[in-house]
Design a protein around this ligand. Structure first.
Ligand code: G16
Length: 548
């Protein structure tokens, strides 16, 4: 039976969401992402795909998040979430792209039928999908398109309203594990706040509180959500000062603020008057990334990015695992090519934990981290989390403690597994993790920063005619296409002490990204702009040639 015979209303519904003629869509680093006015058909079709994915998995609940995260307010996007709260399986990303690009309704139906046949999907199975969106103005119309796609194939679906991306991932996992030994929690935002707050209270019990933390919420969904959390956790336990919380003014989302802005520009966000030795953090537009920063007595800005968070977390967890007497449990870390060379050196040589390197995109890091008993993964941009394998969870519950210190370490590890969102990187949960560690150590941000000194680094965006001609190998560290480009980059890098640079096409914006690091700030900037110039000159640069 074809999909059109089974669901006669699908054709009519699809006609209400026609594909724009000259647009090609790709399910990229984090799903589809582009100008919101181009996304109606993509989102309708993603609804159909989410329903098929659920049917394929015997009616397990699939999640759909409508967000463009760190991108400007006029963009939007969609990410699909698999049953345990992880990113959509990669073979299905290809189906998502094929569905999105089918030029006509007939082609669309043919692609759907091919997906059904290739995966032996039984259409009589139930389909369950939950979805949420961030605060973008384009969200409600796109949610309506999604619901139209889900209804057209008779999927059960529920609108969770406005949530952070990690909250939706959490809810999906809760729904699919309810009533099983792996039950993850109450499937609601309230359940999420309670789970995290309870674990946080256990971890900071009896410790001296830190001074307030100023949290820049990128004028996005993180603002209302962290406020809701603050009510639950209580000010006596965690003092937060929420800034950049304007979710109403058009265009304010991520504008000159938020984790991406702070990381790329290496200075504080607008709207925040930084004071020497104050404590500051920024979330991104859908609250899945986190960076910290402070200003020293000379008013010099210091960034504590995802690499620093990874180092802090790996150090703390490794010590706890030892104190808990969990024999043979390995703690490993996962980074990408963007990791600062000093951080890799710190993890490898000082902490002595294994470090793996994957392609950019948390979905890649997540899978690699699953190979460790405890896998700490963070991208330098502040996106990441910690995964505890079933072996560790079992060891935590089985180990009989011989001393009060061991009992305490085990209890703390157990609380950490509850407080850390293990489905995906989560700024609120990661913020709690950092606060717990700093509270235990009674460290200022400057003391945390002393773990190692970053090599100066620089990120440059280059606009080109077609970024798809850029293809990377070796976990994004080298280019295989365009031909000859890597040799030019190597030639530039060779002229700089401790120089490193790579080029990759963004999966979330229509740009090519250039990363460089070198021994001094001046050399680093020179290398970054030299490589950006090579890209611009030899691969169809558009607009102004990149310059400092
Ligand atoms: C997304 C991904 C991240 C990735 C970032 C930038 O983040 O989830 O893993 O690092 O995009 O990717 P690219 O360099 O390919 O544009 P977010 O926070 O925007 O969802």
């Amino acid at each position: 039976m074809t999909v059109a015979t089974r669901y006669p209303s699908l054709v009519e519904a699809a006609e209400r969401h026609p594909k724009p003629a000259d647009v090609t869509y790709a399910y990229g680093t984090a799903g589809f992402r582009m100008k919101a006015n181009l996304l109606d058909s993509v989102i309708f079709r993603a609804g159909v795909l989410a329903a098929l994915r659920s049917k394929k998995l015997d009616g397990k609940t699939i999640g759909v998040m409508i967000t463009a995260s760190h991108n400007p307010a006029q963009d939007n996007g969609i990410k699909l979430v698999d049953p345990m709260g992880e990113m959509l399986e990669q073979t299905w990303e290809a189906y998502a792209s094929q569905l999105a690009n089918a030029p006509t309704i007939e082609e669309l139906l043919a692609v759907v039928d091919r997906v059904i046949a290739a995966n032996k999907i039984d259409l009589s199975k139930p389909a369950n999908v939950v979805y949420a969106r961030d605060t973008r103005p384009s969200g409600p119309a796109l949610v309506a398109a999604l619901a139209d796609g889900l209804s057209a194939v008779q999927a059960q679906h529920r609108d969770e309203g406005i949530l952070t991306t990690p909250q939706l991932h959490y809810i999906v996992r809760c729904l699919n594990t309810q009533g099983t030994p792996e039950a993850y929690g109450e499937p609601s935002a309230a359940g999420y706040y309670k789970k995290l707050a309870d674990a946080y209270h256990k971890l900071v019990n009896g410790k001296t509180r830190l001074s307030p933390l100023h949290v820049d919420c990128a004028n996005g969904v993180g603002a209302p959500k962290i406020r809701e959390f603050a009510q639950v956790v209580g000010e006596a336990a965690l003092a937060l000062i929420v800034t950049n919380d304007d979710t109403e003014t058009e265009g304010s989302l991520n504008y000159q603020c938020g984790a991406d802005y702070v990381k790329v520009n290496q200075h504080g966000p607008h709207g925040v008057e930084m004071q020497p030795n104050g404590r500051y953090a920024s979330l991104d537009g859908d609250a899945d990334r986190l960076v910290y920063y402070y200003m020293d007595n000379d008013r010099v800005f210091h960034l504590l990015d995802g690499d620093k968070i990874a180092g802090l977390a790996a150090m703390f967890i490794k010590d706890l695992v030892t104190a808990a007497g969990l024999e043979g449990i390995n703690v490993g870390t996962v980074q990408t090519a963007y990791a600062n060379g000093s951080s890799t050196n710190y993890l490898t040589n000082i902490l002595q934990v294994p470090v793996s390197c994957t392609q950019t995109g948390v979905k890649h890091l997540h899978h690699e981290a699953e190979k460790y008993d405890v896998g700490v993964y963070f991208e330098a941009n502040g996106h990441g989390t910690v995964l505890f394998s079933p072996v560790v969870l079992q060891a935590i519950s089985d180990t009989v403690s011989r001393t009060p210190a061991q009992a305490l370490a085990i209890a703390q590890l157990r609380a950490l597994t509850d407080m850390i969102n293990q489905t995906v990187g989560d700024a609120i949960s990661d913020l709690l993790l950092v606060e717990v560690i700093l509270t235990h150590k009674q460290w200022t941000l400057s003391q945390w920063d002393q773990a190692y000194t970053d090599l100066p680094s620089r990120l440059v965006r280059v606009v080109v005619k077609d970024r798809n001609i850029f293809r990377t190998i070796n976990a994004d560290r080298q280019l295989e296409s365009p031909a000859g480009m890597q040799a030019l980059i190597d030639g530039a890098v060779a002229k700089f002490a401790n120089g490193r640079s790579f080029v990759r096409p963004s999966g979330t914006e229509d740009v090519v990204r250039v990363y460089a690091e070198a021994a001094t700030r001046h050399e680093c900037d020179e290398l970054a702009f030299r490589v950006a110039g090579l890209v611009f000159d030899n691969a169809g640069g558009l607009g102004d040639r990149p310059a400092e």
